[in-house]
Design a protein around this ligand. Structure first.
Ligand SMILES: [Zn+2]
Length: 139
């Protein structure tokens, strides 16, 4: 198999992939920038996973975009928190309001520990949590 053939074939395979949305799937932060943002988020979140409340060691913390990058979220302090690996994977690329509607206790922890996030994100969490509890009571 020639390199050309392989390259050509790969390009065709990629062309058949559904087009990515307007936004990048993953951030392209330089490692030093990423570490600085994680350190700041870890401090701002009181060393907690903002979704399950675990007081976690730094090495277990992962940087999480509250509004996912795939949905237009930015790599800025107001959109960044730390979360443990399992919570980060559970949340994945969900909109925060969808995630907090499904997991209102995660929303309550978020309201408590994500102290440095944008006010709009906190408002989103408060609304999703109260609607979720109201729906649970009505059921
Ligand atoms: Zn967690």
């Amino acid at each position: 198999m020639t390199a050309f053939w392989h390259h050509h074939h790969l390009r065709r395979a990629l062309a058949r992939e559904p087009r990515l949305e307007r936004f990048e799937r993953r951030d392209s932060l330089a490692p030093t920038v990423r570490r600085a943002l994680k350190t700041a988020a870890y401090r701002d979140c009181d060393h907690r996973c903002v979704y399950c409340g675990w007081d976690m060691p730094y090495t277990d913390a992962t940087l999480d975009h509250v509004q996912p990058i795939a949905r237009g979220g930015r790599s800025q302090p107001g959109n960044l928190v730390v979360a443990c690996g399992p919570c980060n994977r559970l949340k994945a690329d969900q909109h925060p309001q969808d995630f907090f509607s499904r997991w209102p206790s995660a929303g309550e922890n978020f309201i408590r520990y994500a102290r440095a996030v944008n006010r709009t994100l906190k408002r989103t969490a408060r609304r999703a949590v109260s609607l979720a509890w109201a729906a649970a009571e009505a059921a």
